[in-house]
Write a protein that binds this ligand. Structure first.
Ligand code: PNS
Length: 174
């Protein structure tokens, strides 16, 4: 009798996917640096735009997504990155649904680590999902969405700290 064997799934066939969650209100060049580096480490990066109830939103989530998509370097990076909104759900549930291998976050400083560590531990407690931390590019250590918005709103120059489309979007608001 001829036995037809199931095609076996080798480790090379498994898509390695990570998830970069955040408010991205709006995306900065610091975020973009982390996403670009994540795309070099994983087959697919899911940029998950989530509403953080602790923060008042500046841009609607749909606009934040648009700005992220327009900011991604075209080609190797944009081909590997998906940008999606998730609302009213635990991050770990999104991770399970999308079968991501890890949550990936950039760290600018020890302050970031202190903020991120409890979330990483809670997420691992809930489902076992790991969080991978990448050291942020020191060129953007001082860059955050809230700070660039404040500096811009008071007339300061944020050129080079955010993608050009974000600068244009901020100018259009003021
Ligand atoms: O860019 P932010 O605002 O620091 O991102 C925080 C975010 C959105 C990643 C975090 O608030 C989050 O994961 N929210 C989803 C809801 C959730 O799972 N909360 C429990 C986290 S341990």
């Amino acid at each position: 009798m001829t036995r037809v064997s199931e095609p076996s799934l080798s480790s090379a066939d498994v898509l390695r996917r990570c998830l970069c969650p955040g408010s991205y209100d709006p995306i900065t060049n610091g975020h973009l640096d982390v996403i670009t580096r994540a795309a070099a480490l994983y087959d697919e990066v899911v940029v998950a735009v989530l509403h953080n109830p602790a923060k008042s939103g500046t841009f609607p989530v749909a606009r934040r997504i648009e700005l992220i998509r327009q900011s991604l370097p075209q080609g190797q990076v944009s081909d590997r990155v998906r940008v999606e909104a998730f609302a009213g759900r635990l991050l770990v549930d999104v991770c399970q649904e999308l079968q991501v291998e890890a949550i990936l976050k950039g760290l600018r400083s020890g302050t970031d680590f202190a903020y991120e560590l409890p979330m990483a531990l809670m997420n691992r407690h809930l489902t076992g999902v790991e969080t991978v931390f990448l050291p942020g590019n020191p060129a953007y250590e001082h860059v955050s969405s809230s700070l660039v918005k404040e500096v811009h709103s008071l007339g300061g120059d944020i050129t080079g700290l955010v993608p050009d489309v974000v600068l244009a979007a901020l100018r259009a608001r003021s």
